[in-house]
Unconditional design. Sequence first.
Length: 199
Amino acid sequence: MSSHASSRRERRLSVALGLNVVIVVAQVVVGVVAASLGLLADAAHNLTDVAAAIGLGQLPHLDAFNRRRAELAERYFERIDPALGLALPLRDDETGPARGNWHMFQPLLPLSRLSLTRGEFIEAMKARGIGIGVHYPAMHRFTLYRRMGWKDGDFPNAEAIGASTVTLPLFPAMHDTDIDRVCQALTEIIAPALRARAA
């Protein structure tokens, strides 16, 4: 196997393991929250042996993963063109006590100024080979919270943010050039949509 093919394989494996860790953590959090609300009184909340082994195997790399994600987030801040009008997440305060782990990078699209919808934006990025996520819709719109009596209009700020947020790729195995490619695609898609709306 060539060193290039080996590097690609290691990168895919690292991404897959990183995603598994995120999924495992999400499962634990959802289980704990649901249990605390009495929604899963009879359900088991333990990890599978495989999920636990993956999590334990990745734990020694956590600090390095967090450092790399912070570097990549900083590159997004440096490379995203302010003229696009994206509302970016808050940057870490290097002098402050709190720092994020940058498990996601989530700008808000300026949808009121664009001639395309969030779905069309996501499809345009997908056509360029860039996967975009949506994390998270306004929580009170989930079935669980609707059953508890929450409805549209109860939290208009959360609804506005949930409708315009997108999650850009961000994982430790990314290269700086991957961030540059995402930022170039943002410009290629959003800049013409801004001009079309203004016309």
